[in-house]
Design a protein around this ligand. Structure first.
Ligand code: FO1
Length: 319
């Protein structure tokens, strides 16, 4: 209904209101905004709760793609080309596995392998994913709090015309080729939020839903945390009818969802106090039944991340 255009995007503007924020994030897009928020907010004012529905066991290792993407991004260790995996990576281990006839469809780099080996060892020793993530963040110099959404196994399962597939099998191995009919988050009914997540949500001034896929990456988090009684501001991952990265557009079409910022706002409608959409989608603002901020949401570089985070925080401050 109300459209607020913030024009002063100097970083960090003296007017930026510091609030205690919980950010909900999936993979690459979510990680970028989380990084922007981390550039502005002091460590005690930002907790990032990350989707673990994409986690899977592969080559005997416990792999958490979204959690690693967020941590690598916050630590400045992410591969800038893919958004996932490590910068300055080498690929000797996966090449050797391939040579020996093992599976090579999930591209794990040598440094990344180290993360999965050490995480798997610690989990087998009985540590929780929350504890392991906390220790890894400390080792990587991440000062803000990063939490997996849960310490219980939740698995995003994709219902397709070729049967039900685990998420990475569908998304990476089969490159989204099977026709998708829906999603199921196996284990979500019995999964409680990770230790610290409930407290972070209770002490937050606002919840920011980062620009991650609402149906696949954010819904599992919302299902686990269940109740939110704080203002929620979502940033659209869809710009000009297109997803910034990845094959999600095909997924939307098959699910009968028109890929648009409007569809995202409708998806979150019961939760929203505010919605952030790109300038190219400004015309949709009037149709969105909550307060909106129209701004540049594309994050091509570090400055963009901080600028969008500043805009979001100022939007929250204006409420
Ligand atoms: N995505 C791909 O499309 N291909 C890969 O080979 C791949 C490897 C990979 C390794 C580690 C990691 O943390 C993420 C990786 N991803 C890969 C990304 C990831 O699987 C998806 O983008 C997310 O699960 C969706 O949020």
């Amino acid at each position: 209904m109300t459209s607020t255009k913030i024009t002063d995007t100097t970083h960090p503007p003296s007017s930026t209101v510091h609030r205690r924020i919980v950010a909900l994030a999936g993979g690459v897009g979510g990680a970028k905004l989380a990084h922007g928020l981390a550039q502005i907010l002091p460590p005690e004012d930002l907790t990032v709760i990350v989707n673990t529905g994409d986690d899977f066991e592969h080559l005997g290792l416990y792999i958490c793609p979204d959690l690693d993407t967020v941590c690598y991004t916050l630590a400045g260790l992410a591969n800038p080309e893919t958004g996932w995996g490590r910068v300055n990576e080498t690929w000797n281990t996966i090449a050797n596995i391939e040579k020996l006839g093992g599976p090579n469809w999930f591209r794990l780099g040598d440094q990344d392998f180290g993360t999965h080996i050490e995480r798997t060892r610690r989990l087998k020793e009985g540590q929780t994913l929350t504890q392991v993530t906390k220790d890894f963040c400390a080792a990587w110099g991440i000062k803000h709090t990063v939490l997996p959404m849960t310490d219980s196994p939740v698995r995003t399962m994709v219902d397709t015309d070729e049967g039900e597939l685990a998420f990475q099998e569908y998304f990476v191995h089969r490159q989204c080729k099977p026709r998708v009919k829906g999603f199921r988050f196996d284990g979500v009914e019995v999964a409680g939020p990770a230790i610290g997540a409930r407290e972070a949500l209770e002490s937050a001034d606002a919840i920011v839903i980062c620009p991650s896929n609402p149906w696949v990456s954010v819904d599992p988090i919302l299902r686990v945390i269940q109740k939110i009684n704080k203002p929620v501001i979502a940033v659209s991952p869809i710009i000009g009818g297109k997803t910034v990265k990845g094959p999600a557009a095909k997924m939307y079409e098959e699910l009968g969802i028109e890929p648009s910022a409007l569809a995202v706002a409708k998806h979150y409608r019961t939760l929203l106090s505010g919605f952030v959409l790109d300038t190219v989608d400004a015309h949709l603002s009037e149709e969105i039944n909550t307060k909106t901020l129209v701004t540049d949401t594309l994050m091509n570089n570090l400055t963009d991340r901080a600028r969008l985070a500043t805009d979001v925080l100022n939007f929250i401050g204006s409420m």
